[in-house]
Unconditional design. Structure first.
Length: 571
């Protein structure tokens, strides 16, 4: 049974015995951190009840492929694939789900959308991660799950199955854009954010919109719904709230009441009788009357923190030009700041398991909270690292969890040869392997799959050296024409003014000896005082079973995704 599956045997968190907050000796929890890897594996490494706030903006089942150029050196592209298929791996994960709310929720989705539908596959992907999110949240913690119209119904089912219906707090509607036409239907201009807590003891702080301009004022109701017996239901100055099904609700235990005591009516908080409080407010000029004789309270601008934010968020627009970094699913910083202020205590820790370009981590850093960001994309982690570095302060430790030590040859071979229909994420095995090899070599994957001269990744070394890498992940052997084409790409780059003195070919299986001899015949080239082969040919099988590595000059730190603990040695 997976750790997150203990959710099926949960007890009410607010009935747990009180205990001092735990301390954690874990590298991801000792400060800020970014981790590149599968969030399910990384979540399983975390101890129970260690996170204060989780914001998750997962990929949606929208059947879109997003491509974004980040405008960095080399015009690097990043591709986000959010297409899901029910595969052999999905079936295995489904069969491992324990009986209980999680399995019931998945079966409900399968009944509604089809047993092996993309939505059902997406549900299996998400429910395991949500179970781990519940496990790592403190009893005072909360989850905000960002949805779009394609998946909000499904994620609502899963959230309530994992966290329990009693811990679901709000469905927040965010108006992300305004000018949009969707043909013969209402324009889709909103996202949904599901807010739930780990227990009834969740941290909460009210959030207010910007206060009024100096000199402005608003009026508010002095009554509340339902009638009451006693003085709260009796008339005052000719107005009887009972006639309207209401009762007096004069400010008493609130921030506004404290302001009245401090600035207008000394001793106000000690006045018990609602009518006496009304008299005091009226004498201080803080009551206004409508034409039909209904009293309202006057709230000056200096007493107002602005209106309390409710669950309809229409005052935050998309990230503006100064904030945009080109990431296709980027959310505005103000949106995440609001969530952090409300639900993450000072010095608390935010977790974003689908960190993307790092807006949640950026908001946490800005507001003095800690953060742990996870993303499977090496490029996304690099973007986050650069973004957070621009805020100043200490550099964020980056852990690259997809090193050679994380793979067995047989498992890598199986996944690399997997067809699109068999893969849980719907990616052909060769595409998966190309990106993994690029990451393992600390290179930048090429999202452009056609018209790229066959280049699958670029390795950026110091002194503006760029090395083209081709990755051939199939059962068959490569031939001399493949190496000739790679040399042609290298020559073309040199003619275009790029400093490309060498190239690398990576195959799945060891190449024929004659091809190694041909590569060696291309000679050596000096890079920063050291000699390197102009062309290298080696296989993943050799790298995983014999610890072979390509000989590459030191990587440019600006393009490195990783840290000194997990970085490959390329010497």
């Amino acid at each position: 049974m997976e750790q997150g599956d203990r959710r099926c045997r949960r007890v009410a968190a607010d009935k747990r015995p009180q205990k001092p907050p735990p301390t954690f000796d874990h590298p991801y929890l000792s400060g800020n951190a970014l981790v590149c890897g599968d969030n399910l594996d990384i979540l399983r490494e975390l101890p129970n009840e260690c996170i204060d706030l989780i914001y998750a903006d997962p990929p949606f089942n929208s059947n879109h492929n997003y491509v974004a150029a980040f405008g960095d050196k080399g015009g690097v592209d990043a591709q986000l694939r959010d297409i899901w298929r029910w595969t052999v791996e999905t079936e295995r994960a489904y069969q491992r789900l324990p009986h209980g709310p999680l399995l019931d929720a998945i079966n409900a989705v399968r009944l509604l959308s089809g047993n092996t539908s993309p939505m059902a596959a997406y549900a299996v992907f998400m429910v395991r991660r949500l179970a781990e999110c519940w496990r790592v949240l403190k009893p005072t913690g909360s989850l905000y799950l960002h949805c779009d119209p394609n998946a909000n119904w499904l994620l609502r089912i899963l959230v309530e199955a994992v966290f329990g219906t009693s811990q679901f707090r709000n469905e927040i509607i965010w108006e992300r854009t305004r000018g949009r036409s969707d043909g013969r239907q209402w324009g889709n201009v909103t996202d949904t954010i599901l807010f739930c807590s780990q227990s009834n003891s969740y941290h909460w702080r009210n959030v207010y919109k910007e206060r009024l301009a100096d000199g402005d004022q608003t009026t508010g109701d002095l009554t509340a719904a339902e009638t009451r017996n006693g003085i709260s239901g009796e008339p005052w100055r000719g107005y009887n709230p009972t006639d309207f099904g209401r009762h007096w609700a004069v400010p008493r235990n609130s921030r506004f009441a404290e302001w009245i005591e401090e600035n207008r009516i000394p001793g106000y908080l000690a006045i018990d009788d609602p009518h006496d409080r009304l008299d005091a407010l009226d004498a201080a000029g803080m009551v206004t009357w409508s034409e039909n004789g209904r009293p309202s309270i006057v709230r000056p601008s200096e007493a107002s923190a602005g209106a309390k934010v409710n669950n309809l968020w229409y005052d935050i627009t998309r990230a503006d030009g100064g904030e945009r970094i080109g990431y296709p699913t980027q959310k505005p910083l103000a949106l995440l700041e609001r969530i952090v202020r409300a639900s993450c205590p000072p010095e608390g820790l935010l977790l974003d398991p689908f960190c993307g370009c790092g807006t949640a981590a950026d908001a946490a850093a800005k507001l003095g909270r800690g953060y742990l960001g996870i993303d499977v994309s090496a490029i996304a982690v690099r973007v986050m690292e650069q973004r957070l570095a621009s805020r100043g302060g200490a550099a964020t430790p980056v852990v690259y969890k997809l090193g050679w030590e994380d793979y067995e040859w047989e498992e890598f071979e199986r996944r690399a040869l997997m067809g699109r229909s068999d893969a849980e994420d719907g990616r052909p095995g060769h595409e998966w392997a190309e990106d993994k090899v690029a990451g393992l070599l600390n290179a930048v994957p090429n999202a452009q799959k056609v018209g790229d001269g066959g280049v699958d990744a670029r390795y950026y070394a110091e002194s503006d050296v760029v090395i083209p890498i081709q990755v051939k992940m199939h059962k068959g052997q490569i031939g001399r024409p493949d190496l000739d084409r790679l040399l042609g790409v290298q020559a073309s780059w040199l003619n275009q003014g790029q400093n490309a003195p060498m190239s690398v070919m990576v195959t799945l299986y060891p190449p024929r000896e004659g091809l190694r001899v041909f590569a060696e015949q291309q000679g050596q080239v000096a890079v920063r005082g050291a000699d390197y082969p102009v062309m290298q040919v080696l296989s993943v099988q050799e790298m995983l079973t014999q610890e072979e590595r390509p000989k590459l000059p030191p990587v440019d730190p600006r393009w490195l995704v990783g840290n000194t603990q997990t970085r490959l040695s390329l010497s």
